[in-house]
Design a protein around this ligand. Structure first.
Ligand code: PMP
Length: 395
């Protein structure tokens, strides 16, 4: 544990409880409450006495529903699945089962904070593949990071913190690489429902040698219920079940019963609302920050204004009661920051207003950087050929 620091995101979470009227764009949970049907199903489960352990693997009918959905989505049915205590629980079991001392696991940078720490807990070494500057998958970069000890390649799509969604072509390339180099793929797909521009395409559509992780926290507004799933080859899922017997025992029973009701719901109305929030963010930051437009999740990962140090930027945001997460919480680089748009529209608008005013401020002269106030109102895309370092909004 001496090598593991407390989460930078949780620190923001704690800070917010001591602030008056904060604009909180720091936290990764939906701003909507659980749908009434799901809450009722949970209450009914309690009343009906479903308060005992479930079998380790989770309710058979829920596993069956999950496998059927994955089969319909990917055109391939995973061999087996297990209900886990959130995707965090699934990742914990998966890392402990798949990795041992001396192994290396390839993780995205920037990437979700949990992975690298879990890798260490499993005795393995995290090795990072770089996603900058456009947050696309570059198989050549991943391949360059491989060593004979690399065992697992983790992909997170849609990505936290960048919002990038892995394309079908990238998924195929990842599967091809994994097959060529004998890697096992782990796909964290917790934000699967939050895609805004194109249908979600999973690596699970192209290979059976993958473990697919998904969850209920984000999609149904129940992060406190701690429910996720893992689906993949028998050998891996069976090992995870054995470890679950001696750790989590089972995923929360009430949440499992409510999940059966959740899976009947049409999630499109609230995903549509999140698409509008995404558009609000992209419009709100246009011309003020360089931003790769997030195609999914509920995060945006803009670049810091040139010449502005991360800690200064975060401190100046805090002075205006705006909470965000510094990019270095997710990355070896301190060049970006994460905002979560899982917030009420009014709070989001206020936050974007603060960000626009921060972009317009000249950094302290000691940094030697140039201010952004003379920037042209962007909209140009780097993908269209403007040079790195040029102002504009990346889409
Ligand atoms: N993966 C990613 C990428 C996440 O952002 C999160 C939550 N922030 C999780 C996994 C864990 O989610 P949970 O344990 O609530 O299912």
């Amino acid at each position: 544990m001496s090598g593991i620091e407390a989460s930078g995101i949780r620190k923001m979470f704690e800070l917010v409880s001591s602030m008056e009227d904060p604009i909180n764009l720091s936290i990764g949970q939906p701003d909507f409450d659980a749908p009434p049907e799901v809450k009722e199903a949970a209450i009914r489960a309690i009343r009906d006495g479903r308060n005992k352990y479930t079998v380790t693997q989770g309710l058979p009918e829920l596993n069956e529903r999950i496998l059927a959905r994955l089969a319909a989505r990917d055109g391939r049915r995973p061999e087996s699945s297990i209900l886990t205590a959130g995707v965090s629980g699934g990742l914990t079991l998966a890392f402990l089962v798949l990795l041992e001392a001396g192994d290396e696991v390839l993780l995205p940078d920037p990437g979700f904070v949990l992975y690298r720490h879990l890798a260490r807990v499993a005795g393995a070494s995290p090795v990072f593949y770089d996603l900058y500057p456009d947050f696309r998958i570059d198989v050549a970069k991943i391949e360059a990071a491989l060593t004979p000890r690399t065992k697992v390649l983790l992909v997170n799509t849609p990505n936290n913190p960048t919002g990038a969604v892995v394309s079908e072509e990238e998924s195929r390339a990842l599967v091809d690489l994994a097959e060529r180099r004998g890697l096992f793929l782990v796909a964290d797909e917790i934000y699967e429902a939050f895609v805004y521009d194109a249908p979600f395409r999973s690596v699970g559509a192209f290979s059976d040698r993958v473990l697919l992780l998904g969850g209920f926290s984000k999609t149904y507004g129940v992060p406190g219920w701690r429910l996720g799933w893992a689906a993949g080859p028998h050998a891996v899922v069976d090992a995870m079940r054995t470890l679950q017997q001696f750790t989590f025992v089972c995923a929360p029973s009430i949440a499992q019963h409510a999940a059966l009701a959740a899976l009947d719901l049409d999630v499109r109305p609230w995903i549509e609302a999140y698409r509008r929030k995404r558009d609000l963010v992209v419009e709100g930051l246009r011309g003020a920050y360089r931003l790769v437009e997030p195609g999914g999740s509920f995060y945006a990962f803009p670049e810091l204004p040139p010449g502005v140090a991360e800690s200064d930027f975060v401190a100046r945001a805090l002075e205006r009661r705006l909470l965000l997460v510094p990019g270095s919480a997710f990355s070896a680089r301190a060049t970006h920051f994460r905002i979560s748009f899982a917030a009420p529209d009014e709070e989001l608008r206020r936050g974007l207003g603060v960000l626009r005013s921060l972009a317009g401020e000249r950094p302290p002269s000691r940094t030697g950087g140039r201010g952004l106030d003379s920037r042209p109102g962007g909209g140009k895309m780097r993908a269209e050929g403007s040079a790195p370092g040029a102002p504009g909004v990346l889409r």
